[in-house]
Design a protein around this ligand. Structure first.
Ligand code: ATP
Ligand code: MG
Length: 352
């Protein structure tokens, strides 16, 4: 029997509520499909930071490295600045393990309300570059405290870094509906973005069947709202991808159902699976968080493991649940709890 070892980081807030529920569901599909998952739990979180002055222990990365996948809930805590959890935990994991693709599906599920009047059939993927680009620690301040203060923030785009994410995006588009859209801003950002466009075209030569389009990020965000049904795969730099992947969930009905994965496609290192949403302290501890984002994220992990049948079972269970609309958490207009929604999803899996 195939066996996978998953490192689990529930994190903070609703992460600690949705992760155990996702594991409960994962165990059901594992039995159903004939494989095994074992879990190692790590309490790395903002709470850990409050007690230890760091987000994870010094050999944390070494411990995570041996796993087949890292399953994360959410990190964030009122009073702990976002950059602490980001640069103390998420960024080191993403970069050390070369998780250079941040993959976020944007799919409007039947029965879920979009804030758009005529959303159409929204079903596309955002491929965000996850390791370099605008998010760099290179830069600094000059002449501090004077009238001549000057602040510099560098962006880093490497050929290896851009090409590999482009290849991933083209491959994905090639497997889907053969349309790839690139986010750029080469009219304003005149060094890195023209390079991004150049590599988009160059790698595109290897995929003659994929139709290319390219938009400046300003108009692209508008298109996400006015014609989201036209996209198939969208590739974007770290910053632009970050912005687009909060807008995506907004048009498909919210954070409660938006999954995500940080992938090392070569499987040289473990990938990390984390929903788009944060720790949501406003609803934490009330058993009302929507587990769908985390459960769907778990399905992405199964896909990455090559357990396609199991992943499809989970995705179908989610689609059936929202289409029927009987058991939903408050964010989707229902009054069911986190546990009740998971129970209903598990029921859908068992009865398939
Ligand atoms: P963090 O600081 O960790 O990012 P946050 O408060 O910014 O946490 P977000 O995930 O960005 O949380 O979500 C914004 C809001 O969306 C939350 O405050 C919450 O009300 C809602 N939300 C997020 N995730 C869920 C979920 N799984 N179920 C229901 N509502 C959610
Ligand atoms: Mg947030």
């Amino acid at each position: 029997m195939k066996k996978y070892e998953v490192a689990v980081i529930p994190g903070d807030g609703i992460g600690k509520e949705v992760v155990p529920e996702s594991i409960r569901l994962l165990n059901t599909v594992a039995v159903q499909c004939g494989f095994e998952i074992s879990y190692k739990h790590y309490d790395y979180s903002c709470e850990y930071y409050k007690n230890h002055g760091k987000m994870m222990d010094d050999d944390g990365l070494k411990k995570l490295r041996d796993s087949d996948g890292i399953f994360l809930g959410a990190v964030g805590y009122p009073g702990v600045p976002d950059h602490v959890s980001l640069w103390g935990l998420l960024v080191p994991i993403r970069r050390t393990f070369q998780q250079y693709v941040n993959l976020r599906p944007v799919k409007l599920l039947k029965g879920v309300d979009s804030p758009l009047k005529n959303p159409g059939n929204i079903d596309f993927y955002i491929v965000r570059e996850n390791n370099e680009g605008e998010y760099s620690s290179i830069g600094g301040r000059l002449n501090e405290g004077t009238e001549h203060e000057l602040v510099v923030q560098e962006s880093i785009f490497t050929k290896r870094g851009v090409d590999r994410v482009m290849k991933y995006a083209y491959e994905l588009a090639n497997k889907r509906n053969k349309k790839l859209t690139s986010a750029t801003k080469s009219n304003g950002i005149i060094h890195t973005m023209p390079y991004w466009d150049e590599r988009f075209k160059a790698i595109g030569k290897l995929y003659p069947d994929v139709v290319q389009s390219q938009f400046h990020i300003d108009i692209l965000t508008a298109h996400f709202v006015t014609r989201p049904h036209e996209f198939d795969v969208v590739v974007a730099s770290n910053l632009f991808g970050d912005i687009l992947s909060d807008l995506g969930p907004a048009v498909i009905g919210g954070m409660g159902i938006a999954p995500g994965a940080n992938l090392n496609p070569e499987k040289e290192f473990p990938s990390m699976f984390e929903p788009v949403h944060g720790s949501a302290p406003d609803i934490a501890g009330k058993n009302v968080a929507n587990p769908i984002a985390s459960v769907w994220t778990a399905a992405m992990m199964l896909t990455h493991f090559g357990e396609y049948e199991a992943a499809a079972l989970v995705e179908n269970a989610i689609e059936q649940l929202t289409a029927e609309g009987n058991v939903l958490t408050p964010d989707l207009g229902g009054n069911a709890s986190t546990v009740e929604v998971t129970d209903a999803l598990i029921q859908n899996i068992i009865t398939k």
